[in-house]
Design a protein around this ligand. Structure first.
Ligand SMILES: NC(=O)c1ccc[n+]([C@@H]2O[C@H](COP(=O)([O-])OP(=O)(O)OC[C@H]3O[C@@H](n4cnc5c(N)ncnc54)[C@H](OP(=O)(O)O)[C@@H]3O)[C@@H](O)[C@H]2O)c1
Length: 277
């Protein structure tokens, strides 16, 4: 049975209700992606994360269609690739995304990475126009350190910064700004691409609760104000496990032990990355 959204599973950001737990689709392609998205929705996921750069928007769109769910039941995020952030590039990318995703609107459109070439005002201006035209509901960014996020907020009403966030990489400045301005921080690579699942501290906490390491990490993230997470899982079992995180409670002491694992470990740091916080 699909789960309905509850206070446990929903974030309210600037008055907008967003399912806290999303399904990440990076590195899912072909039928694995179509079936994965359909299966995720059947399991109860109501938030899907993709990007132009993942090359799988058509498969995500097919999976959404196959799920038989109404479009307005799903919160769908996609991202503009950073090499095409001129006003024309933004417009063209949005039209391609809408076509591939087989949808009339995108719930949340993000700038995937900041550009060193195109002014933020131009990119965000084009995104605001798309929002006014009803092609996009909400705007945000990804991989923006806090100072750049502050600058971006001067140009457009943004609701999200999607950044790498897991027990090995804290994001204190981005989180502080999110609390100040009521923004969503979407944790990408929330399991540190699997690295955090082999951690003995997390393993011990998981054992104490009769849960798995991934469930402990996701619960730790989702208990935090302003935080959503988009784990990726190629198998049905992992997708189901990652959704089943709302039936246990971590103690303050356990949360502290998990936070204490921070070691500045970044799994995604390409040559075009900005200067991080
Ligand atoms: N904005 C950005 O620049 C950016 C960058 C990176 C990622 N993202 C988004 O974040 C999403 C997630 O990040 P990610 O894919 O890098 O890493 P992740 O979600 O931290 O980790 C995925 C890895 O964890 C494994 N896993 C998942 N659930 C598991 C479970 N219950 N038990 C054991 N292993 C499990 C997966 O294995 P299986 O697949 O075999 O299940 C996969 O190897 C992406 O799909 C994408 O949507 C965004």
């Amino acid at each position: 049975m699909p789960r309905e959204m509850t206070a446990d599973t929903t974030l309210t950001i600037q008055g907008i209700e967003i399912p806290k737990l999303g399904f990440g689709t990076w590195q899912l392609s072909g039928d694995d992606c179509v079936v994965g998205v359909r299966d995720a929705i059947e399991l109860g996921y109501r938030h899907i994360d993709t990007a132009r750069a993942y090359g799988n928007e058509a498969q995500v769109g097919q999976g959404l269609h196959d799920s038989g769910r109404n479009r307005d039941e799903i919160f769908l995020t996609t991202k503009l690739w950073y090499t095409e952030l001129s006003a024309v590039g933004v417009h063209d990318q949005i039209e391609q995304s809408l076509r591939d995703l087989r949808t009339e609107y995108i719930d949340l459109l993000l700038i995937h990475w900041p550009s060193r070439r195109v002014a933020l005002a131009e990119t965000l201006g084009a995104m605001v126009e798309a929002r006014e035209a009803g092609r996009v509901r909400h705007l945000g960014v990804s991989n923006f350190p806090s100072a750049l996020m502050r600058e971006a907020l001067e140009h457009a009403p943004l609701i999200c910064d999607q950044v790498e966030y897991h027990p090995y990489l804290a994001q204190p400045q981005v989180l502080e700004l999110a609390r100040e301005r009521d923004l969503m921080v979407t944790a990408y690579s929330p399991l540190a691409q699997g690295d955090a699942l082999r951690d003995p501290v997390i393993g011990a906490i998981a054992e104490a609760h009769g849960k798995s390491a991934s469930q402990v990490v996701l619960r730790w993230l989702l208990d935090q104000p302003q935080v959503a997470a988009v784990p990726k899982a190629a198998s049905h079992e992992h997708r189901a496990a990652n959704l089943d995180v709302f039936d246990f409670e971590l103690s303050d002491e356990e949360r502290g032990r998990i936070a204490g694992l921070e070691r500045g470990h970044r799994t995604i740091d390409p040559g075009w990355a900005p200067d991080w916080d």
